[in-house]
Design a protein around this ligand. Structure first.
Ligand code: SF4
Length: 446
């Protein structure tokens, strides 16, 4: 075995010379490669891939989401032509293994932390012939001591020079059941927790001062695991952090004591999935929201009053949505107190009940996978034609991401900080909205 090469296909590329987020899963998988085997991480967001250097004896692991699977396929085919053993993993491979199998020797279904080591062993023993077609791990094992990032990988990736935002995992899973969600099909519905001391150790060894949590729904832990959450905040309070952000839900508004602790622990913003302000969509929202605008506004006000920022995440195109929903959404956003807002298009990802419903009803459009970017219409909507839904979405995004709105939300966000910190927080206060605007504009140019 010559070496292991882990590849992240291109998605966003670089912004001002750095890629948006570090290749966190690949960093953890690379850390499981035995020390005597050379390992490399190739991130196509950072640099062109030297595929011509691949040859017999290389084991190539490619991670992919549905939106990047076409790029992953091209990379996989070239690597196979050059004689490398190729394995596909990640969200798309887990949700649609039969598709990934058409252009790889092996597919990793579920969490690779245990099966990856088995695959390396199989390849080391017998080369491509030793690779099994499927390596499956859907056991949702506890997270203690699972794939801690090694010092060899920390040095190799050099996050501070190549990435704007380091990612970090503290918990995984979500017991909710939103009809469109891929996260729970990949991470399971049991909330799992990393031991607090392991989290602290990783932050210290990576020397990161800011991070974005990859956790599917960290905020739910305020309700279901308050003791763990408090213990975590106590530990993070003692670290010299500039700020961190997480994905969350509005139930945190019921826990002002924990919000207060979180501020001391440097938690800066919650990305909250409100999803919809149309109560007709309630059955799709997995019990975390009721689609009521007043309730959402009240939660945002309470959370912000306790000193934490809120990024509102919304999805358009549910079966209950009509042209009036788009007008209502615009009225809601422009009168809201969000720090930033994300508006995405409902997308029928493989493996979800929503996709199955569309298949059963014959409403899935024949769209390329690259349009599964949450900004394209990929199904026949209920109360619109696809063109009408596309136009309504464009109409809303042009307003929400207009310069005046971004400025208004950015200024509100900055006003949360004391003057002494405002300068340092200026970039973060505007960049989230700017990133959503850029992503929306970029995707629609494709
Ligand atoms: S709350 Fe979030 S992570 Fe949980 S099922 Fe719904 S969309 Fe998925």
């Amino acid at each position: 075995m010559r070496r292991v090469v882990l590849i992240q296909p291109r998605r966003d590329g670089r912004i001002f010379g750095k890629a948006p987020g570090s290749p966190y899963t690949l960093m953890r998988l690379a850390s499981l490669v035995p020390n005597e085997i050379p390992v490399e991480i190739w991130d196509e967001n950072v640099r062109d891939l030297p595929l011509d250097t691949l040859k017999d004896g290389d084991l190539v692991g490619i991670t992919s989401m549905t939106v990047t699977i076409e790029g992953a396929e091209q990379i996989a085919r070239q690597a196979m032509q050059r004689g490398a053993g190729v394995v596909l993993g990640g969200v798309h491979a887990t949700l649609m293994p039969e598709h990934s199998q058409t252009f790889a020797h092996s597919v990793m279904v579920g969490e690779g932390y245990f099966t990856w080591q088995k695959l390396i062993q199989d390849y080391a023993n017998a080369g491509i012939k030793g690779m099994q077609p499927i390596y499956e791990d859907l056991t949702w094992s506890d997270l203690g001591s699972v794939a801690s990032i090694s010092d060899r990988v920390i040095q190799m990736v050099d996050e501070s020079n190549h990435y704007w935002t380091p990612y970090l995992e503290i918990t995984r899973g979500c017991p909710r059941n939103c009809s469109f969600c891929t996260a729970i099909r990949v991470s399971g519905q049991r909330m799992r927790f990393r031991p607090v001391e392991e989290v602290v150790d990783e932050i210290k060894r990576r020397k990161i001062k800011r991070f974005f949590l990859t956790d599917d729904n960290f905020g739910l832990n305020f309700t279901i695991a308050p003791d763990y959450t408090a213990e975590l905040f106590e530990a993070l309070m003692k670290l010299d952090l500039q700020g961190w952000t997480c994905q969350s839900e509005m139930s945190i508004a019921k826990h002002p004591d924990l919000i207060e602790m979180s501020v001391a622990a440097h938690l800066d913003k919650h990305f909250i999935g409100f999803e919809s302000i149309n109560p007709d969509n309630r059955s799709s929202l997995g019990g975390k929201a009721k689609g009521v605008a007043e309730q959402a506004s009240e939660a945002v006000r309470t959370i912000r009053q306790n000193g934490v920022g809120v990024v509102g995440l919304f999805v358009m195109g549910f079966d209950g949505d009509t042209p009036a929903t788009f007008q209502a959404m615009w009225d809601f956003v422009r009168g809201s107190e969000f720090d930033s807002v994300s508006i995405t298009m409902l997308t029928p990802f493989p493996g979800t009940p929503f996709r199955q419903q569309l298949v059963d009803e014959g409403r899935l459009l024949d769209s390329p996978w690259r349009h599964y970017d949450t900004a394209h219409v990929t199904f026949q909507p209920k109360n619109f034609t696809p063109d009408e839904l596309r136009s309504a979405y464009d109409w809303l995004c042009r307003r929400v991401y207009g310069p005046g709105q971004i400025m208004r939300r950015g200024m509100r966000s900055i006003s949360r900080y004391p003057l002494s910190k405002a300068g340092k927080k200026a970039f973060g206060s505007f960049s989230t909205d700017y990133g959503y605007r850029r992503t929306y504009a970029y995707r629609h140019a494709v």
